[in-house]
Design a protein around this ligand. Structure first.
Ligand code: NDP
Length: 300
């Protein structure tokens, strides 16, 4: 099976490049090989690869910059997934597309389920919601996987930022009134491949119609950014005594850390639908964090 993977140098895409390999021949594209801002290039590349499965891990992910580059965010996060999905339908392929907890406004008490009404607070969330709608409207068999608070041992993410700051400073100040589930990029890739392997297959390509739809896919449990930062420092100190300078993580409110884009107060996603459909449950966020840090330490 030919698999076309976009964003292969991103946090999730980099992991997917490896975890998808047992399913077929992975044709990975980064921005230099396929600029998603160019719909003609998307059509050309898809028609060249002739995939049976498209996995779109590329996205415009700069939440704050999107407030001033809303058109660009829309082009990458909404128009491009729509073109990819139309090409999937045209070629008889299925598409996996990632979305975000930021499609919600965070006002709900308790975990969000897939049917909860989206109401993004910013341009990034609006562009991702429009991308979901474009994929659904295409008629291609699809899995839209909404995840949250993605981190890993490479790329741009909160974990690596905290580790860098903790080496430079005595004290970190981190927001304690936004709640979510930090999710390891490797777990996202592994759960994606498991879901694909458990989809019914027919003929030459994956028949995802029975399972086609939107699913939440995030680590279990919940914490605040402050709780996540504390866990990062504590576990790193246990693995590498003396590696960090910071001794304290001070809890602050969102009001003390203003950002151009507003963030949802509650980002927790319920994974119950994913569990029911595919028998998949991601581990608790603390377990994955421990494994990711061990991995990073052993890798050097
Ligand atoms: P990353 O930002 O790590 O990776 C995104 C990739 O997309 C980058 O490699 C980037 O390339 C590429 N990209 C951006 N613009 C273009 C373009 N015009 N053409 C081609 N490639 C482009 O994202 P993640 O791996 O963290 O995110 C994966 C998915 O998960 C996305 O759909 C995201 O919206 C979603 N998600 C992410 C969350 C997070 O916390 N990061 C939270 C919830 C959902 P380059 O480096 O060159 O810009």
């Amino acid at each position: 099976m030919n698999i076309l993977l976009t964003g292969c140098q991103g946090q999730v895409g980099w992991e997917l490049q490896r975890t998808l390999a047992p399913l077929g021949e992975v044709h990975g594209f980064d921005r230099s090989g396929l600029d998603l801002g160019d719909p003609d290039a998307i059509r050309r590349v898809v028609r060249g690869v002739v995939p049976e499965l498209i996995v779109n891990a590329a996205a415009y992910t700069s939440v704050d910059k999107a407030e001033v580059e809303a058109d660009q965010a829309m082009a990458i996060n909404a128009v491009a997934p729509g073109v990819l999905a139309e090409e999937a339908r045209r070629g008889g392929a299925a598409i996996v597309h990632y979305s975000t907890d930021y499609v919600f406004d965070g006002e709900k008490e308790g975990p969000y389920v897939e049917d909860d009404a989206p109401r993004p607070l910013g341009a990034y969330g609006r562009s991702k919601l429009a991308g979901e709608e474009a994929v659904r409207a295409s008629g291609a068999p699809h899995l839209i996987l909404r995840t949250s608070w993605v981190y890993g041992a490479r790329g741009r993410n909160f974990l690596l930022t905290m580790l860098r700051l903790a080496r430079e400073r005595d004290e970190l100040r981190v927001v304690d009134d936004q709640f979510g589930a930090p999710t390891w990029s490797r777990m996202i890739a592994q759960a994606t491949v498991l879901a694909l392997a458990r989809c019914p297959w027919r003929g030459a390509g994956p028949d995802l119609f029975a399972a086609s739809g939107t699913y939440h896919l995030s680590a279990e449990g919940r914490t605040s950014w402050h709780g996540f930062a504390r866990a990062i420092l504590e576990r790193t100190a246990a693995l590498e005594p003396g590696a960090l300078r910071a001794r304290r993580v001070v809890a602050i409110g969102s009001a003390d850390y203003p950002t151009p884009a507003a963030r949802p107060r509650n980002s927790v996603l319920s994974n119950a639908k994913l569990r029911r459909a595919f028998g998949i449950a991601l581990p608790a966020w603390e377990d994955s964090l421990g494994r990711c840090l061990e991995d990073a330490v052993h890798a050097g």
